[in-house]
Design a protein around this ligand. Structure first.
Ligand SMILES: [Zn+2]
Length: 464
């Protein structure tokens, strides 16, 4: 537990590139209120709680899909809290909520943001995204009650439809903000269960179709000076390494491919193995080979969908199979190398067994690896060092997509990960302990304060 140790002292190991005339303090002296954080998080989970799995009041998951009535409730609650704190609230045309708290220098520069999302999967948990927004709110509450001001304006962002569970496009509104997804396309997304309902019609119904263009453009939209996101890890790496803070340097690259293997239908009783063109056999060998290749490269390769024609039968060799392949690694060159080796190996497999099969493939998605901003990462690293020491923190790469992946294209960005129980996420039993929630929130506060100070000092040094 970090709570006994919140010293104010000079940076013990100053980072060279930021050395300025004034020595930076690594920690703020502020301390977040972990009970208030925990209570607030769970109280707001009453909007959308579902899938009870235990006796305790908080032993439920969440089904707070974006722009449902429950999501609208928690949004209105957040808006009220933001106003109570004296912050200004802006809502853009994708319903992204931006709370802004004025800094001491009254700078017109874009605010340093702490963002994540309040929407969940239909069988989601209480921490994915929610923790990031509640932590950001707790940071503002802590600063308010201590009369603390950052130099630059800081604030909170609630990104709309991160999960893409109801309107199928994940990281949807940070994607629009970043210019990667056209707004009309996002507005036109249809509720997966009700084609009469669109994302735009739900924004209108709840009064969340704001008047600010959803854009990072400084002239028209809501630009950000930086974006820090606290998130549960959603994987097993932190607990396996006995670490409590992950300093996220980027997100891994991935490519999604679809393979179609063409064979020939044949009677399974009368066609010798040597005379077959069996696409199911070939596809299964290819999938197994992709796993071996990925292993050799320390990468990931996964097949999530296999399809045979709906008229396939037990006693017929299938005519065709399609399967997907999802390749991931923090470095793009490794993703490419795995793809190349898979293509070579698949070509070989296609010619083996009987008369062989033909292979077609398409590249459906190419998402290059993302590197977060070294300055933001450095701030997290400095404060993590102070809070838990190097033995309890580690540098890592995000395996999943987050809003931060899109914000990183337009403002300095980095993420903080905290462990979740058994790495379970997108599941009702997803759990992050109160201590880990508090530690992550303290780290978020400290990272933002540190970054703000570094930015201010280097701007001041530059203008001398
Ligand atoms: Zn999330």
């Amino acid at each position: 537990m970090y709570s006994t140790r919140v010293p104010i002292r000079a940076l013990s190991n100053p980072i060279r590139q930021f050395s300025t005339t004034t020595r930076l303090q690594a920690l703020s002296g502020l301390k977040i209120n972990s009970d208030r954080l925990w209570q607030t998080l769970h109280e707001t989970c009453n909007w959308g709680s579902a899938h009870r799995y235990g006796e305790n009041p908080i032993d439920t998951g969440m089904a707070r899909l974006t722009l449902t009535d429950d999501d609208a409730h928690v949004r209105r609650w957040l808006a009220a809290e933001i106003q109570k704190l004296g912050c200004t609230l802006s809502v853009d045309q994708m319903g992204n909520m931006f709370a802004r708290r004025t800094g001491s220098k009254k700078s017109a520069a874009p605010m340093i943001a702490m963002g994540s999302h309040l929407d969940t999967q239909p069988r989601g948990g209480r921490f994915d995204g929610i923790l990031g927004v509640m932590a950001a709110l707790e940071v503002l509450r802590t600063m308010n009650e201590n009369g603390f001001q950052t130099n630059y304006d800081i604030g909170v962002v609630n990104w709309t439809n991160e999960e893409g569970a109801r309107f199928p496009k994940s990281m949807c509104s940070s994607g629009v903000w970043a210019g990667a997804i056209p707004i009309q396309k996002a507005w036109d997304l249809r509720d997966i269960h009700d084609p009469n309902v669109t994302l735009r019609s739900e924004l209108e119904r709840h009064g969340y179709l704001g008047d600010i263009p959803c854009s990072s453009d400084a002239r028209t939209g809501f630009p950000l000076g930086a974006h820090f996101e606290l998130h549960i890890e959603q994987g097993p790496i932190l607990p396996e390494n006995n670490r409590s803070i992950g300093i996220v340097q980027g997100a891994q690259g991935y490519r999604w491919l679809t393979f179609t293997i063409h064979g020939k239908d044949a009677h399974t009783g009368t066609t010798p193995l040597s005379a077959r063109q069996d696409p199911v056999l070939a596809a299964s060998r290819m999938i197994a080979a992709s796993n071996d290749i990925a292993k050799r490269h320390g990468a990931l390769a996964s097949t999530g969908i296999i399809k045979v024609p709906s008229n396939a039968s037990t006693n017929t060799v299938a005519s065709k199979v399609t399967f997907t392949l999802d390749i991931r690694h923090p470095q793009d060159r490794v993703v490419h190398a795995v793809q190349e080796e898979c293509l070579q190996s698949f070509a070989q497999i296609a010619s083996q067994n009987g008369k062989g099969v033909a292979v077609d493939w398409t590249l459906d998605t190419d998402s290059p690896a993302v590197e977060f901003d070294p300055g933001c990462v450095a701030s997290i690293q400095v404060v993590a060092n102070e809070l838990v020491g190097p033995d309890k923190s580690m540098l890592m790469t995000s395996g999943a997509g987050h809003d931060s992946v899109y914000t990183s294209k337009h403002c300095p960005t980095a993420m903080i990960f905290v462990p979740c129980h058994d790495g379970i996420s997108h599941h009702p039993t997803e759990y992050c302990s109160a201590d880990d929630c508090a530690l992550g929130t303290q780290a978020l506060l400290e990272a933002v304060v540190h970054y703000d100070q570094v930015q201010w000092e280097s701007a001041a040094a530059g203008s001398e």
